[in-house]
Design a protein around this ligand. Structure first.
Ligand code: GLU
Length: 521
């Protein structure tokens, strides 16, 4: 059996567009499994369906994994000695195996045209090309050998179909789902090869490659479970049951709210990406959001996805890739679908963002400031990050309720920190904080405070505090809220000493002057 073989797993996407976040989770689970076992992870491109090929998709997938830190040992763009790893470059290999099945009578050639198949479907209710119907069709089982040869020689297109014996219980041994049994009578004689493009279909190419690439475990999405019995039968037909990989079909990713599987539409509606990177559709020009461009950190995305469908047990949720590798256990994956709780993804991002020093936040913050026409320095930006990173922001949830959440993205900071970089232009008398804290006597008190501040040479937090506190004590004036109104324009921001020191003496006094002159009450 497979136990003494070196663990080899593969991620085998079809390059039909951007990689869906569910595909990223599949690749991640393969990666964790391979690393834990000291095995190998293969990257194979399943591009036998040329009609669905999308230019740029392969590069996009590679770039996504590079960003996420999911590393492959072999495959397209990584090399290795089981190549080529792009199925479209393996035509000759597949042809040998198709011929092998034909010679053994386990597959047959069928000439039925699409029209003929359509007519048959109209004639027979729930038509299926299988043991019950194949003898009524135009194929190498019903036509004389000479006729088959003639049709091929004349250049008629044909397909090769798998001859499935009816009435057999096919067992799929799945690490997550246990033994799944299905009767072969429900399966149809699947097309394995098409003469038109001289390429096999997914089923044949997938099995042949898993065999030749010495794959020991097939870890893939639940949507592939219905193909598994057919795959088991193909392994049998080739005589490869001894090295048949073990299967693990991962739970579906479900919508954040309501029933059904996660779709791009859910993301558009609720405002979260379903792709790792931004995707520019080469045909329509449509741009789809990506986790990277939304300001997610790769470690946060990895951590979030790892726990969708698998639970390591225990309280700890913030886990590094190394910890995930150590703890990962396929047999503890759930059978039931995993709800895609994107708010949790933001929570993870908050956790990881805080682990990064403020200086690492500044390139992104600087980009935002520049877009607003503001020039600053990384040092000053880092100071702002330090003052503001623990704040909470208000947001509106799906039901329209106002809620609070932690800073999850660098971009969350901007509305909270605008005042560090731009002075309030006007003071909103409708603002409750302004109304409450700026009274008739306030302008005079602020004038006194400004005079006091103007005497401070070293405008540091300590020196400002050392002057203002005794003055406040002595005069009984509690200047902090009005001072905030003057510098910020509303009730936001950090400690007043910190804010004033950050702005510097000149800017602080300028803002106070402006407020004294212009706030009417
Ligand atoms: N090419 C299939 C996909 O796009 C691979 C399925 C499998 O892993 O067997 O996901």
């Amino acid at each position: 059996m497979t136990t003494d073989r070196k663990v080899r797993v593969r991620f085998a996407p079809s390059p039909t567009g951007p990689l869906h976040i569910g595909g990223v989770r599949t690749a991640l689970y393969n990666y964790l499994f391979a690393r834990q076992a000291g095995g190998e992870l293969i990257f194979r491109i399943e591009d036998t369906d040329s009609t669905r090929f999308v230019p740029g998709a392969e590069e996009y997938i590679i770039e996504s994994f590079r960003w996420l830190g999911i590393e492959f040992d072999e495959g397209v763009s990584f090399g290795g000695n089981h190549g080529p790893y792009r199925q479209s470059e393996r035509r000759d290999i597949y042809k040998t195996y198709v011929d092998q099945l034909l010679a053994a009578g386990k597959a047959y050639i069928a000439f039925d045209t699409p029209e003929e198949l359509d007519n048959k479907r109209k004639e027979v209710e729930n038509f299926q090309y299988d043991a019950s119907t194949r003898m009524q069709m135009r194929n190498s089982l019903t036509l004389p050998a000479s006729e088959v040869e003639r049709l091929i020689a004349e250049g008629n297109q044909y397909v090769v179909r798998f001859k499935i014996e009816p009435g057999r219980d096919v067992q799929v041994d799945d690490i997550i789902r246990g033994m799944v049994s299905i009767n072969s009578s429900v399966l149809d004689d699947k097309v394995l090869y098409k003469s038109a493009d001289q390429l096999p279909t997914y089923h044949l190419a997938n099995i042949v490659d898993d065999h030749l690439m010495e794959v020991t475990h097939v870890i893939r999405g639940e949507e592939w479970l219905p193909s598994a019995p057919l795959h088991v039968l193909l392994y049998e037909a080739f005589g490869w049951t001894d090295t048949m990989p073990r299967f693990a079909h991962l739970p579906l990713l479900l919508k954040p709210v309501g029933n059904g599987k996660l779709s791009k539409r859910d993301g558009d509606k609720l405002g979260f990406p379903v792709f790792p990177l931004e995707w520019h559709d080469p045909k329509t020009g449509e741009v789809s959001k990506g986790y990277r461009e939304q300001g997610y950190l790769p470690e946060a995305v990895v951590n979030f996805l790892a726990l969708l469908g698998w639970n390591p047990g225990g309280e700890k949720e913030v886990l590094t890739m190394q910890e995930l590798i150590q703890m990962f256990d396929l047999s503890k994956c759930s059978k039931a679908g995993a709800r895609f709780d994107y708010v949790k993804a933001m929570w993870f991002n908050h956790q990881y963002l805080l682990q990064h020093p403020a200086m690492e936040w500044t390139p992104q913050l600087d980009k935002i400031l520049r877009a607003e026409g503001i020039e600053s320095t990384p040092e000053r930006e880092a100071q702002v990050v330090e003052m503001m990173k623990q704040k909470v922001i208000e947001y509106t949830d799906n039901e329209g309720n106002k809620k609070k959440r932690n800073i999850s993205f660098v971009s969350d900071l901007w509305p909270l920190c605008r005042f560090f970089f731009t002075a309030p232009q006007s003071y909103d008398s409708a603002d409750k904080f302004v109304r409450k804290n700026w009274k008739a006597e306030t302008a005079g008190e602020m004038r006194q405070l400004a005079n006091l501040l103007s005497t401070i040479d070293n405008f540091s937090v300590e020196d400002i505090k050392a002057k203002v506190e005794p003055w406040a004590e002595q005069t009984g004036i509690r200047p902090w809220n009005a001072w905030r109104v003057a510098l910020v324009g509303t009730g936001q921001g950090p400690d007043m000493y910190e804010l004033s020191a950050f702005l510097g003496k000149e800017e602080t006094l300028k803002r106070m002057e402006h407020a004294i002159e212009s706030i009417d009450c």
